[in-house]
Design a protein around this ligand. Structure first.
Ligand code: FES
Length: 361
């Protein structure tokens, strides 16, 4: 609160009064790259190797960071070859921790995940956005949780488990973690520590590629669920993993209360359709017509041709990529629905061209 013109009670107030002024950001950035009045910037204070292809990045954010709820994700922007690129990552830490962390696994063709794993080091500064997402705990906790994690889908679940631990949860939780091999288990020591110190968490690893004696192998099936979660209907279920696992979980757990977070890997769509030929996409704002094959998402097919519309999560969550479709039909890759031909807003990261299109881009 101002007590006198130009006199501010706190430096933070003074800095807020400068909002929108690029010069202030520039000057502050010169003092410390984490300082900003407009952007949430976070300094990398540690990088921890979780597996051969996954790292936890521990971050100290600036004063613009408003916090998060366990299970939420955050947009992370990095500059790669002079281009700013944003991707969403789930926070793996607990909201009350002084520092926050994201755990990022390399993905085949994953521009940002590979960049983070290869290049990010202690002392670097990343730009974040606000945390969002509904994959969070309810106000009143149920007595039984079933967590189904696939690969790097463990990260928001780890944050939720840490939160339950801090809340001194008194119920029971079962984690079925589907992962390629024992060596690919992300955050293993932390998960096992929670199980050991609390007593309410049972962890079962299920290996899809490299079986290990004493462990289950394969994918999510009715039998696995029945084996580890008796009286299935009594569980509150949280699912986070790749699309095929989500689809399977939703079909096996019909009737359960389910929260799910979808991880689409780069180039992966929930529907695989082989098409032939191309369709025309007219981009009305840039007065350009391009041809796409309609085999992958519009976002990916545009990027293949050097056109980079705004995007964030690339999995249909954040709505950053929404644009108006004036004419034509698309398939929504998240549910397989084919749209009408008329005008509507579409998320191009989860829309595949079905016919010639006109997009407001
Ligand atoms: S990029 Fe997030 S919804 Fe499309």
């Amino acid at each position: 609160m101002k007590t006198f013109p130009f006199i501010f009670n706190e430096p933070r107030q003074f800095l807020s009064s400068l909002q929108g002024k690029e010069w202030a950001d520039f000057l502050l950035g010169e003092i410390n790259p984490r300082f900003s009045v407009t952007a949430i910037k976070a300094k990398v204070v540690a990088v921890r190797e979780e597996t051969a292809d996954a790292k936890t990045i521990v971050l100290k954010p600036n004063w613009l960071w408003k916090g998060f709820r366990s299970g939420q994700h955050v947009p992370v922007t990095v500059e790669i070859a002079g281009r700013r690129v944003t991707r969403f990552y789930s926070l793996s830490s607990r909201p009350d921790d002084k520092l926050l962390s994201i755990t990022v696994k390399r993905q085949k063709g994953g521009l940002v995940s590979n960049f983070i794993n290869t290049n990010i080091k202690k002392g670097d500064v990343l730009e974040l956005g606000e945390a969002t997402g509904e994959f969070v705990l309810p106000k009143t906790l149920p007595s039984k949780f079933l967590f189904l994690a696939g690969g790097s889908g463990i990260t928001p679940i780890h944050s939720i488990l840490k939160q339950l631990e801090a809340n001194q949860f008194k119920g029971k939780a079962t984690l079925l973690y589907f992962v390629r091999s024992f060596e690919d288990i992300i955050l293993r020591s932390s998960l096992e520590e929670i199980a050991k110190s609390t007593g309410w968490l049972e962890i079962k690893y299920i290996f899809s590629d490299v079986p290990k004696e004493g462990y289950d192998s394969g994918f999510l099936t009715k039998e696995i669920l029945q084996k580890y979660a008796e009286d299935l209907k009594s569980y509150s279920v949280y699912v986070c993993g790749p699309a095929p696992m989500q689809t399977k979980a939703l079909s096996l757990l019909e009737g359960n209360e389910i929260k799910s977070e979808l991880f689409l890997l780069p180039g992966q769509t929930s529907l695989k359709v082989k098409k032939t030929g191309t369709v025309d996409v007219f981009l009305s704002l840039s007065h350009k017509t391009i041809q796409v094959k309609g085999e992958r998402s519009l976002l990916e097919e545009l990027e293949d041709q050097g056109i980079y519309p705004q995007s964030g999560c690339r999995m249909g969550i954040c709505h950053t990529c929404v644009c108006k479709k004036a004419v034509g039909s698309v398939t929504d890759l998240s549910n397989g629905e084919v749209s009408e031909l008329g005008e509507e807003n579409i998320q191009i990261c989860v829309s595949r061209a079905e016919s010639n299109l006109e997009l407001e881009l």
